[in-house]
Design a protein around this ligand. Structure first.
Ligand code: FAD
Ligand code: AMP
Length: 482
């Protein structure tokens, strides 16, 4: 017998599980199908984000940051530590426990909200019908008025460096090293490459990042990217820009090494590593998902084509998260999941795609929202910039963590905030204040007139907003009108 639902969600990553929960909250009978099996062959919900993405990477970033603090920075506080050692399996084990806790949490949320979590691989066989094949090969059909595809993304592999899951790994393998590699290569200086490169560099690996582009973090404000490059270099990451990887060779025998070939302005180069992380981006994942008879349209890069409200070309079928256009970020998918659920329930919700914050969780963190100077210059928009360095922020100095700056950009005519760019400790959390402000169309003056607790890192945002109008208090003012 075919089980009938109002909504079937395919995939339980942040886009899918949030969509499913919101649908159920709105009174819709909802199922969410997930094919992910963990190391113990158990079905787990939460997708890339909880299993091998945002959360495990942050767990290792936090552990490795504490190690560096203990090893290098406690001295400055007058704290003497005799010996600091790391136990990599314990660190990786702690990460696994957090993953287990959070994936179990999603299961608990499904139960609490009466979402049917279903283990198996889904295939869309009609616009209102999904075939589920469980891990024993049994098939069952589900019928639903609305189907939400949230099948996510997978790492891109390149033929020059085929993943062998031992010496050459993708981001998933890089979360599982059981010892610190002596020489670690990373291909790609994007968000994931920088975060995972930082983890292992902090633990003592000699890390070289090979990046094909000549520019470092081209999507980031130029001043912030330059500052980041300087700081990461000081931390021991060797970042080679303009280095395009062209091939690789694994050594024979046990304890393999890999020799990576690349070209740069000096011609052909070679470099040997004990481990190599391939972090050249992710691609949308729709393998064996769409039956030809349904004709859901994809674009030329394999993303499911959707409109601003995440509707596909097939009525009643929606797609959200990494499998559709836009930045591959968990929170972007979550908001899309909520939007689609609410639209199915006849609400007029809309994601504000102009205000998707992005964060690189290195230390210091890099975070931004809205437009940067290059984009505004290209658009011919006149703007004011206010900057404030953390070196002039009392709380950052008290914490001995004063690298970086805040940059706030406001429209020169209306003073409305157009963007905010940070590099600094807790940049992600600091930025969120401006994301909220921008949602309410705040001006730099509005932020300037808001009272901020003292002493706090967020005072740097206050001062940057004041500086945008030429009257920062704790730094000399250089009003800049373009
Ligand atoms: P996914 O999380 O990929 O989930 C898709 C799910 O669908 C999977 O569980 C998959 O098994 C399931 N599925 C696919 N096909 C089928 C099928 N046919 N049947 C049943 N189930 C199916 N983003 C951030 O915002 N912040 C970060 O700090 C961050 N850090 C990251 C770090 C790393 C190392 C990586 C790899 C990613 C990181 N991301 C981060 C990106 C983030 O993980 C993704 O943007 C997010 O997980 C996408 O959510 P999603 O629900 O669209 O897809
Ligand atoms: P992101 O898409 O942000 O995860 O970043 C991936 C990075 O990998 C991009 O900056 C690409 O330029 C880089 N990249 C892709 N292919 C290669 C290659 N063959 N050699 C070096 N870098 C690469």
């Amino acid at each position: 017998m075919t089980k009938q639902y109002d909504v079937v969600v395919i995939g339980s990553g942040p886009a899918g599980y949030v969509a499913a929960i919101r649908c159920a909250q709105l009174g819709l009978r909802t199922a969410c199908i997930e094919k992910w099996l963990n190391k113990d062959n158990k079905t787990v919900y939460g997708g890339t984000c909880l299993n091998v993405g945002c959360i495990p990477s942050k767990a290792l970033l936090d552990s490795s940051h504490k190690y560096v603090e203990a090893q290098q920075h406690l001295d400055a506080h007058g704290i003497k530590v005799n010996e600091v050692a790391i136990d990599v399996p314990a660190m990786v084990g702690r990460k696994d426990k957090i993953v287990t806790q959070l994936t179990a949490g999603v299961k608990g949320l499904f139960t609490a909200n009466k979402v049917d979590g279903i283990a198996g691989t889904a295939k869309l066989i009609a616009k209102d019908r999904v075939l589920v094949t469980d891990h024993e090969g049994n098939e069952a059909a589900l019928a639903a008025k609305h189907i939400i595809i949230a099948s996510g993304s997978v790492p891109i592999d390149i033929p020059q460096t085929p993943i062998d899951h031992e010496t050459i790994v993708d981001s998933t393998g890089a979360l599982e090293f059981q010892e610190v590699p002596k020489r670690l290569g990373v291909i790609g200086a994007g968000v994931i490459g920088l975060e995972l490169g930082s983890v292992w560099s902090r633990m003592g690996a000699e890390v070289t990042v090979l990046e094909a582009l000549d520019d470092f973090l081209p999507a980031v404000d130029r001043q912030i990217a330059r500052e980041g490059l300087k700081i990461f270099g000081r931390q021991g990451l060797t970042i080679k820009l303009g280095a395009r990887v062209t091939g690789s060779k694994l050594s024979k025998g046990r304890n393999k090494t890999v020799t990576v070939e690349y070209t740069d302005t000096d011609g052909k180069q070679k470099i040997q590593f004990d481990k190599l992380i391939v972090a050249v981006g992710r691609r949308p994942y729709t393998a064996a998902l769409l039956d030809d008879s349904v004709a859901v349209e994809l674009d030329e890069r394999g993303y499911i084509l959707v409109d601003e409200q995440c509707a596909t070309n097939v009525p009643g079928v929606y797609a959200v998260g990494d499998v559709v256009r836009g930045p591959m970020l968990a929170h972007k998918g979550m908001e899309e999941g909520v939007m689609v659920a609410e639209r199915i329930a006849d609400k007029k919700t809309q994601v504000n795609y102009d205000l998707v914050p992005t964060v690189i969780y290195t230390h210091p963190e890099i975070a931004w929202v809205g437009k940067n100077e290059a984009e505004l210059e290209e658009a011919g928009t006149e703007y004011n910039v206010g900057s404030f360095p953390f070196a002039a922020n009392g709380r950052a100095l008290a914490a001995n963590d004063a690298d970086g700056l805040v940059k706030l950009i406001a429209d020169a005519r209306t003073d409305r905030i157009l963007g905010c760019h940070l590099i600094g400790a807790s940049a992600a959390d600091l930025l969120q204040q401006i994301v909220i402000a921008m949602e309410f169309s705040a001006s730099a003056e509005d932020i300037g007139l808001t009272m901020f607790s003292h002493p706090a890192l967020s005072e740097a945002i206050h001062e940057a907003a004041l500086a945008a109008n030429g009257h920062a208090i704790h730094i000399g003012n250089r009003k800049r009108r373009k």
